[in-house]
Design a protein around this ligand. Structure first.
Ligand SMILES: Cc1cc2nc3c(=O)[nH]c(=O)nc-3n(C[C@H](O)[C@H](O)[C@H](O)COP(=O)(O)O)c2cc1C
Length: 303
């Protein structure tokens, strides 16, 4: 699975992940309340080009909003409705959303039940090990009891945010405590990480940062042949972004992606710096093309 990352797992990123063999992709988190209020920016996040299975991730704290969302036309193209119960960001948690739900098991259960009562779709929960203390085992059991079909478990507490090391053993303990499938998440980057989890009771893994700029990680895990041409993937990413949002927004979004695509590439920093100054799609394309003209093609793969 490609783990959801707000501001990063846009529609093109998800298409590339699928192209290299990713199973489930998940949209960036979308506010259940905004969807109910027909907010167009929230709806833009629902743009999908990839073929299923695709999950839409909702955040919120009002079971009625989730129930209404489950019945909305714009959600019917998705295979899974995933509930964000892991986001540690202050403005989300202070509303009682995201990881705050791990401190309110009753409300979290009501949200899952509200979804299950209003859709035949698969319902999943993305959670952490807890807020401050690690209540993941009891919480996971409660989500299973409420009707969740699978769980994605990030091996950190909300207080840890993204620092420290993901607690692999605790993720396995959660997986063993429930009968529903568990996808392990947190610091998964290699075939060894994948094997560790899947050989010890997890159904699969969700890869976040490890897939940014390197969608081929899914092919590496599958042991499949692949070809990855950095220039063409960046150009395609930019073209796709300009199809789904305004040009200036697409160009700004692309700057973040260029930084990930060029990470670890010899002399790649120059393109990252140039891209930061781009104001139009044409300028961004020129910088990309110039870099590859100066430095040669950059292809990796396994055949
Ligand atoms: C920039 C960023 C945005 C994120 N946005 C979301 C999100 O919208 N929903 C969510 O459930 N998790 C979100 N996460 C958490 C990731 O899905 C994942 O749980 C976390 O990064 C740990 O996995 P990793 O080590 O593979 O990156 C985000 C993480 C990052 C770094």
């Amino acid at each position: 699975m490609l783990a959801p990352m707000a501001g990063y797992t846009d529609a093109p990123t998800r298409v590339f992940a699928k192209r290299y063999g990713c199973g489930i992709t998940v949209t960036e988190m979308v506010s259940a309340q905004s969807l109910v209020q027909a907010n167009w920016q929230a709806k833009e996040l629902l743009t999908t080009f990839e073929q299923g299975p695709v999950a839409v991730q909702l955040f919120g704290h009002n079971p009625d909003h989730f129930a209404k969302c489950a019945q909305m036309d714009c959600l019917q193209k998705f295979d899974v409705i995933d509930v964000n119960m892991g986001c540690p960001v202050r403005k989300i948690v202070s509303n009682g959303d995201g990881s705050a739900l791990m401190g309110n098991v009753k409300l979290a259960s009501e949200i899952v039940t509200a979804l299950k009562n209003n859709t035949d779709k698969v319902v999943s929960v993305k959670m952490r090990l807890g807020q401050k203390s690690k209540n993941a085992v009891d919480f996971a059991k409660a989500m299973e009891q409420a009707g969740a079909d699978y769980l994605t478990v990030h091996g950190r507490t909300a207080t840890q945010m993204y620092s420290g090391v993901s607690d692999k053993e605790m993720v396995l303990t959660v997986a063993k405590a429930v009968a529903i499938p568990v996808f392990a998440n947190g610091d998964v980057k290699t075939v060894d990480d994948f094997n560790f989890y899947t050989q010890n009771g997890c159904h699969g893994v969700a890869i976040g940062r490890g897939a940014l700029g390197r969608p081929y990680v899914f092919a590496q895990i599958d042991g499949k042949d692949f070809q990855f041409d950095l220039q063409s993937i960046m150009e395609e990413h930019l073209q796709q972004l300009t199809k789904i949002t305004k040009e200036n927004v697409a160009v700004n979004e692309m700057k973040k992606h260029v930084a990930f695509y060029m990470k670890g590439v010899y002399c790649g920093k120059q393109l990252v710096i140039d891209a930061m100054t781009a104001k139009t799609k044409e300028e961004m394309l020129c910088y990309i093309q110039k870099w590859f003209k100066d430095h040669g093609t950059y292809c990796i793969g396994r055949t």
